[in-house]
Design a protein around this ligand. Structure first.
Ligand code: PLP
Length: 381
């Protein structure tokens, strides 16, 4: 019988349908072993030597994500930052990279601080402007272009296929931070990206109880070997228990993200009509600048993240966040519980983020409850 190719929803729900060979358990065991037995002739015929390089528990989560992203291989890291920085550290001092002006602030701070001191030349550009990207690319010197789409916390959507074409023409690689889109909504490798990275702390795990990062590659080439070497030598690995939790979280990725998209769209429309809201930033709104692109590039939803700019400036925004009850004031995103955050006070004065902006991470609560809480916080004096 011909093997049926399963849809990603089915691959995620069954975590590739693997049953433990030794016991028949339908849930994989957790292997805490740090070291593996060597043969009398000193070979490792069972394929594993030491858990800084490999552990069977990693494989279950890594292979599931490889399938969901349509990639070739995945590495699991101890955090999203460890995953992202491993890609840059696989370059060489003197290399040039182009990154978005608006992106996850922690990585931007690392790039303009550590990476620049280490010897990378870093240009920040508006990725929605192809002319700006083209002008920044230095053929023969630019080795990597970094994209984040939608970009945290303004949710600007970048045209991955167009950026991939420009990047490849300049002889560089494209890596995409797809944390917010998740493989449910966008598969960057199919659009021409070479690498896709996630803060798996967010939607992939989805329960705010694991810090993890991932990188998936389109091909196992020499650059992938270098990323792998950075991970193994620097030791930025995920623990087996966290890998197991991540695998469990990914099994419900599709229904969680779809629910979060539906609720975010409802809230975005209602917030857009509220007199105390100066602007709503959400790719699903028809007047959002990247809406047409998002409708083309994101399948089946516009994500569970949105931001509002509160009328009355920073003090009014901070006051709204102070008054919510169901929404929790906390950083991070992509969990089952809804979070609200005043970003400027987190990112500091170097941030391009407006100081009246509140970031909303939509969880799995009822849309009506989330709306009632937000509406009351906006309307109270
Ligand atoms: N990328 C994005 C888009 C993020 O939002 C974050 C964290 O907020 C990161 C990367 C970094 O991930 P981690 O906190 O897992 O290191």
């Amino acid at each position: 019988m011909a093997e049926r190719i399963l849809r990603p929803e089915s691959q995620a729900a069954q975590a590739l349908g693997r049953v433990d060979d030794a016991t028949g358990a339908i849930i994989p065991p957790i292997h805490p072993a740090t070291t593996f037995e060597r043969d009398p002739d000193l070979a490792y015929s069972r394929g594993r030597a030491y858990a800084r390089a490999d552990n069977p528990t990693y494989a279950a989560a890594a292979d599931t994500l490889t399938a969901l992203e349509g990639g070739c291989r995945t590495l699991l890291f101890s955090s999203g930052m460890a995953a992202a920085t491993a890609i840059f550290l696989a370059l060489s001092p003197g290399d040039h990279v182009v990154v978005p002006r608006v992106m996850y602030w922690g990585l931007r701070a690392w790039l303009t601080g550590f990476a620049t001191r280490w010897g990378l030349t870093v240009d920040l550009v508006d990725m929605a402007d192809p002319a700006a990207l083209e002008a920044a690319l230095r053929p023969g010197r630019t080795r990597l272009v970094w994209l984040e789409s939608p970009a945290n916390p303004t949710w600007d959507v970048a045209d991955i296929a167009a950026v991939a074409a420009l990047t490849h023409r300049a002889g560089a690689r494209l890596a995409v931070d797809s944390t917010v889109a998740t493989p449910v909504l966008t598969r960057p490798l199919e659009l021409g990206a070479d690498l896709v990275m996630h803060s798996a702390t967010k939607y992939l795990n989805g329960h705010s109880d694991v810090i993890a990062g991932t990188v998936t590659t389109a091909r196992a080439d020499e650059f992938w070997e270098r990323v792998t070497a950075v991970q193994v030598q620097n030791g930025a690995i995920l623990g087996p228990f966290e890998a197991w939790l991540l695998q469990r979280g990914m099994r419900t990725l599709f229904p969680r993200v779809r629910w979060q998209c539906d609720t975010a769209l409802i809230l975005a429309h209602r917030l857009a009509g509220h007199p105390r809201v100066a602007a709503v930033l959400y790719p699903g709104l028809p007047d959002f600048p990247g809406h047409a692109l998002a409708a083309r590039q994101m399948r089946g939803g516009f994500g569970g993240m949105l931001s509002i700019r509160v009328a009355g400036g920073a003090p009014a925004a901070v006051a709204v966040a102070a008054r919510v009850g169901l929404w929790t004031r906390a950083t991070s995103l992509g969990g089952v519980e809804s979070l609200i955050e005043h970003r400027a006070s987190v990112e500091g004065p170097a941030s391009p983020v407006p100081d009246d902006l509140l970031r909303l991470s939509v969880g799995l609560e009822a849309a009506e409850d989330l709306w009632a809480d937000l509406e009351a916080a906006l309307e109270a004096r």
